[in-house]
Design a protein around this ligand. Structure first.
Ligand SMILES: [Cu+2]
Length: 117
């Protein structure tokens, strides 16, 4: 009886901890950062991200009901511009390192920078 009990205990111990099949899921290192339009400014208007990260432009109308565009300075690696939009969430992936300056031409002075490291 005692031997049988020990046998059962050792079988259970082997079943519980005998093999470790736990694997660590791959960790995604890229992230998504939100930029919002606050009437006639981008918030935040300076971002520092890593190559491969995504910026989501959350566009809502300005106080007087106008839309916004996101137009990047001409530069290798700059993502596609966003045309004048009244309300939408539009994502851009930054894959090239550097600082990318952008403007909303509807509202002079409404600018931002994304620095990709
Ligand atoms: Cu604007």
């Amino acid at each position: 009886m005692r031997v049988r009990l020990l046998l059962i205990i050792s079988i259970l111990a082997a079943a519980c901890g005998g093999s470790d099949t736990t694997t660590t899921p791959p960790v995604s290192t890229s992230k998504t950062v939100d930029v919002f339009t606050l009437s006639t400014s981008f918030s935040p208007n300076f971002l520092s991200i890593n190559a491969g990260d995504t910026v989501r432009f959350n566009i809502t109308p300005s106080a007087n009901g106008e839309g916004h565009d996101v137009t990047f300075d001409a530069k290798t690696g700059a993502p596609a511009n966003i045309p004048v939009t009244l309300r939408a969430v539009i994502a851009r992936v930054f894959t090239t390192r550097g600082t990318f300056h952008y403007n909303c031409f509807v509202h002079p002075g409404m600018t931002g920078d994304v620095t990709v490291q």
